[in-house]
Design a protein around this ligand. Structure first.
Ligand code: HEM
Length: 403
């Protein structure tokens, strides 16, 4: 750790921990436990300070002395996700209208219909990949629905997303090849959105793309320069993450038959209830890490951090911190105290959280209600090994028995 960026009584105790270690993809939680119990802060590669415990991750997420510097800023394509005040607030407020309680509950009938249509197909096939045949197409339909993007474009959008999502990892974690592939996918995606925006300018509809294009044309606080990254963020942020919540949640239930049985009792009106959903979100979060750079001197876990210090906030580790969660390695749908950080906290708290919750609770609720049994197909379940930030399986092959 660079001694000029960190000082304090515990500085000498920090072990080294690399959150980009490929060995973490299969199961990061045992490693998290080891480092979290060894130290609140660890030294990572490139001078990165890794924050391991819930109290410190939670405080750091809400600490506006941490922000986005060149080393940890998500790419410009992610709009206000990578911005600090004062630029962040106005853009976030503009997008917030699409995720208000009223806007989200208005989407419920459409989401239910999409869930049921995909489940009809899956139940006819019986042997399906819950990720490729259910979770991905569902979350893609929902975000594309928000922007009224045609169904025939969805397969192409789906292919562009994983390379672009790599830009959530800091630059130093990416190879030249990753960066080239990501920029080429991002370039194609931006060009596509540009065409769609121009179409909506000529023929506006009641969708988010038309609304944002009209707002940008007014050119007051929100300008044409902000429009494309905003659209890209709203489309990309909700797709991979929500699909992984559904698949990670289903996998957790399948690996814990007692909790699968409990979950079946916790479906009401076709939705998995909020407490059970929160436990699935905590247990295996689809976002494991978020990054910040110290902007003004601050203290984390008793250690002073100087401006310029890049930090990694380990959400996945915080969610399994025994200081906050009783028996954290246990999946417990009846958990009473569950302040998980899977949607972040502070000014960047996930804007899409209400929609993601609705979508995942309908997907899992309808899946449970419409099946008598769900079994994992034999063979190992492999996790994606491309990014440290996003956690999800490569495929989730199951056999479904209809109710
Ligand atoms: C419909 C689905 C979703 C949409 C539209 C969405 C959108 C967004 C947006 C716009 C932000 C940036 C907020 C800001 O900077 O003010 C954000 C942040 C975030 N989202 Fe989501 N999101 C969705 C689903 C999810 C899911 C399923 C997860 C994980 C379980 C997730 C985890 C996060 C986290 C951790 C942040 C904070 C990142 C940070 O502080 O660096 N999101 N989301």
């Amino acid at each position: 750790m660079n001694p000029s960026t960190i000082s304090g009584p515990k500085a000498a105790l920090h072990p080294f921990f690399d959150p980009f270690d490929p060995a973490l993809h299969a199961d990061p939680y045992a490693r998290y436990t080891a480092v979290r119990e060894a130290a609140a802060l660890c030294e990572g590669p490139h001078g990165l300070v890794v924050v391991t415990r819930h109290a410190d991750v939670s405080r750091a997420l809400r600490d506006n002395r941490l922000g986005h510097g060149p080393l940890t800023a998500p790419n410009r394509i992610f709009s206000f996700l990578g911005m600090d005040p004062p630029h962040h607030g106005p853009l976030r407020r503009l997008a917030a209208r699409f995720f208000s309680p009223a806007a989200v509950s208005a989407l419920a009938p459409r989401i239910t219909a999409a869930v049921d249509e995909l489940l009809d197909q899956a139940l006819r096939k019986r042997q399906v990949d819950l990720l490729a045949d259910f979770a991905y197409p569902l979350s893609l339909r929902v975000v594309c629905g928000l922007f009224a993007l045609p169904e025939q474009d969805q397969a192409w959008i789906r292919e562009q997303t994983p390379p672009i999502a790599r830009l959530l990892d800091p630059a130093y974690a990416l190879t030249d090849h990753d960066v080239a592939t990501a920029h080429s996918a991002a370039g194609g995606f931006v060009a596509y959105l540009h065409r769609k925006i121009n179409e909506r300018r000529r023929h506006p509809g009641p969708d988010a793309l038309s609304a944002l294009a009209a707002e940008a044309d007014l050119g007051t606080e929100f300008t044409r320069r902000d429009l494309l990254p905003m659209c890209a963020l709203l489309l990309l942020a909700g797709y991979e993450t929500t699909a992984n919540v559904i698949a990670n949640g289903a996998l957790a239930l399948l690996r814990h038959p007692d909790q699968l049985a409990t979950a079946r009792d916790r479906v009401d009106g076709g939705r998995l209830d909020g407490g059970a959903m929160d436990e699935l979100l905590r247990y295996d979060s689809s976002i494991q890490i978020t990054f910040r750079t110290v902007q003004r001197p601050t203290v984390i876990a008793g250690t002073s951090l100087a401006p310029g210090t890049p930090t990694a906030l380990l959400i996945g580790s915080a969610n399994h911190d025994p200081r906050v969660f009783a028996d954290p390695a246990r999946l417990d749908l009846d958990r009473a105290h569950n302040p998980h950080l899977s949607f972040g906290a502070g000014i960047h708290y996930c804007l899409g959280a209400p929609l993601a919750r609705l979508e995942a609770s309908l997907a899992l609720g309808r899946l449970l209600a419409r099946t008598r049994a769900i079994e994992l197909s034999s063979g190992p379940v492999r996790h994606k090994d491309t990014t440290a930030t996003v956690r999800g399986v490569e495929a989730l092959p199951v056999v479904l028995t209809p109710a």
